[in-house]
Unconditional design. Structure first.
Length: 327
């Protein structure tokens, strides 16, 4: 959806890096049913590649914006920084992290200290229901602002964010906003991604069923959200109380929407639990905020992630031994 919005506005030429759906989209494009764009048949980004290009060695003009919409899984290699490095032109490329979680910018700024890094916080309900088939059922809302990098002037960073917002919204089909208070907007989304998202993933109840299930919202989701509010306040970001009910009921019950973490765990994929739950938990505890609910959610997700790594061969365990007593 980001590629569609950028290309639709006519102010960007888009190169998309596709993986499992590369062959299909190259031949047929994406078929999209979108609440913002209507029915779009055979959409193709301007350029489709299998892997991130090496700008210097391939003689490619430098990319002004490198938009990262991958899942953020810092505990599984390769890291995002390793993936995008060949495409980054030092001092020129602006790296846009349209990704979930807290403190995601720290390794990126460390790897590319002379490049502007932008935060993109996106609410955009879209799913690839089968290869090349996209259902987009919740309007694209993205807030963009600069992550603070002390080596680059603040005005330059702010202007890069404003430029990206202009390019993204040029087609008039979505409403991107410039949001300089990056910390506030990221803590705000954590009410969903650190609380409702992992609760759905662990219980395997989607956002509709979790509202219908007896006691789950009041006994699990709401306490986690209050811990996020307390953690945000300790870090200087006051989240209004009414945001809790807004996030819980944001998806209509009858949408029965499985959040991203639930989809990933259902499919046996790695989850974004470190940045979505682990980082806000660590920040809260560092500031003396009790977080018992988030601690339990984090440890359960850690166990699930360990199991996924073990199934994928990243963790080796001893072979089973028959301990049956013999006489």
């Amino acid at each position: 959806m980001a590629a569609l919005n950028l290309q639709y506005g006519g102010k960007a030429s888009v190169t998309a890096i596709l993986r499992s759906n590369y062959n299909h989209v190259t031949k047929h494009g994406f078929n999209i049913r979108s609440i913002d764009h209507g029915v779009v048949k055979g959409f193709r980004p301007d350029t489709i590649l299998r892997k991130v290009p090496d700008v210097a060695s391939e003689g490619i003009p430098p990319y002004k914006f490198i938009v990262c919409t991958t899942k953020n899984i810092p505990d599984v290699s390769p890291t995002l920084e390793e993936i995008i490095r060949p495409a980054v032109t030092p001092g020129y490329s602006v790296i846009v992290l349209v990704q979930n979680g807290l403190n995601i910018e720290k390794p990126t700024i460390a790897a590319f200290p002379n490049n502007i890094v932008l935060s993109g916080v996106s609410f955009c309900g879209s799913h690839e229901v089968k290869t090349g088939e996209i259902v987009h059922e919740d309007s694209d809302k993205i807030s963009v602002g600069p992550f603070k990098n002390s080596t680059i002037g603040s005005e330059e960073q702010s202007q890069a964010a404003k430029d990206f917002v202009e390019i993204y919204g040029a087609g008039g089909k979505c409403a991107p906003e410039y949001q300089p208070n990056v910390g506030w907007i990221r803590w705000r989304k954590l009410l969903y991604n650190a609380c409702l998202n992992p609760s759905c993933a662990i219980t395997d109840l989607d956002t509709g069923r979790i509202q219908l299930a007896d006691g789950v919202v009041d006994g699990l989701v709401r306490p986690a959200m209050e811990e996020i509010r307390a953690g945000a306040k300790a870090c200087g970001h006051d989240l209004p109380q009414d945001l809790v009910d807004f996030m819980i009921t944001m998806d209509p019950v009858t949408m029965y929407n499985p959040p991203s973490m639930q989809v990933d765990i259902r499919k046996g994929r790695y989850s974004e639990y470190q940045n979505c739950v682990g980082e806000p938990l660590r920040e809260g505890l560092k500031h003396g905020v009790p977080m018992p609910t988030l601690t339990v959610l984090y440890n359960i997700l850690s166990a699930i992630q360990w199991h996924t790594k073990q199934k994928n061969g990243l963790i080796q365990i001893p072979d089973a031994v028959d301990h049956t007593a013999t006489t």
